[in-house]
Design a protein around this ligand. Structure first.
Ligand code: AP5
Length: 215
């Protein structure tokens, strides 16, 4: 099973990616998490992209393809994976030559995205995602998994969110038509509670998996 999660910032790709990874026993590979991990560790790649990411702009295709390729070559990804945030534009999709089972699009209104990003909290250690009102941790401000203090992402500030939404429309939206033409696209209403959205994705995947194909 090789699935791509597509959708605007705040649609729930990370939330659903983690749930699907647990369900299928395959890794959740999120390019945003890879980038943030490099920034947190102060690697050369992290230092190079830190300012661009905080403003809501992309890392370079060459860097992303390199790090995704390395991650997907690891043993735990040989039985499949849930990709989140990659491919992010048609150039990345064309360069990525893995066979895919399906591409899930999380559909949601812009006002809801803004509300979700305004209250998002993340765990800097395990990447778990919470919300101050919508998906609260058991103890306020603390990760359920490892008790780490939760933080806000710098790119969740209003100006960066506006830029990310615009970049999504111009660069990432065209991927829908790209994967639609290949018969892989499955659209899911992402406005309901997280568990309901997960159920809808699992139903879509169980009834309409394409044979994995390379394009
Ligand atoms: P990335 O981390 O991929 O950011 P994004 O695509 O903007 O998506 P988000 O992580 O903001 O949102 P999400 O859809 O995962 O929503 P979440 O589940 O957290 O990338 C970050 C940056 O890295 C990019 O801007 C770019 O610069 C760079 N980058 C990444 N990939 C790249 C690539 N391939 N090429 C180049 N650059 C790249 O949910 C959001 C909030 O809503 C949370 O608070 C959550 O608790 C809540 N929530 C989720 N689902 C629900 C629900 N159903 N009901 C109520 N609340 C919900």
């Amino acid at each position: 099973m090789r699935v791509v999660l597509l959708g605007p910032p705040g649609a729930g790709k990370g939330t659903q990616g983690q749930a699907l990874a647990v369900h299928y026993g395959i890794p959740h590979v999120a390019t945003g998490d890879i980038v943030r991990d490099h920034i947190a560790r102060g690697t050369p790649f992290g230092r190079k992209v830190e300012a661009a990411i905080a403003a809501g702009n992309f890392a370079s295709d060459a860097d992303i393809l390199y790090w995704v390729g390395r991650r997907l070559a690891e043993p735990d990804a040989q039985g499949g994976y849930i990709l989140d945030g990659f491919p992010r534009d048609v150039a990345q999709a064309e360069a990525f030559d893995a066979a895919l089972s399906a591409v899930i699009v999380l559909d949601i209104a812009e006002a809801e995205l803004i509300a979700r990003l305004a209250g998002r909290l993340v765990c800097p250690v395990c990447d778990a995602v919470y919300h101050t009102d919508l998906c609260q941790p058991r103890r306020a401000g603390v990760c359920d998994n490892d008790s780490t203090a939760l933080v806000r992402r710098p790119d969740d500030e209003p100006e960066a969110v506006r830029n990310r939404l615009q970049v999504y429309q111009t660069r990432t939206e065209p991927l829908k038509a790209y994967y639609e033409r290949r018969g892989l696209l499955r659209c899911i209403d992402a406005s309901g509670p997280p568990e309901a959205v997960t159920g809808d994705i699992l139903r879509a995947l169980s009834t309409s998996l394409a044979p994995e194909r390379v394009f």
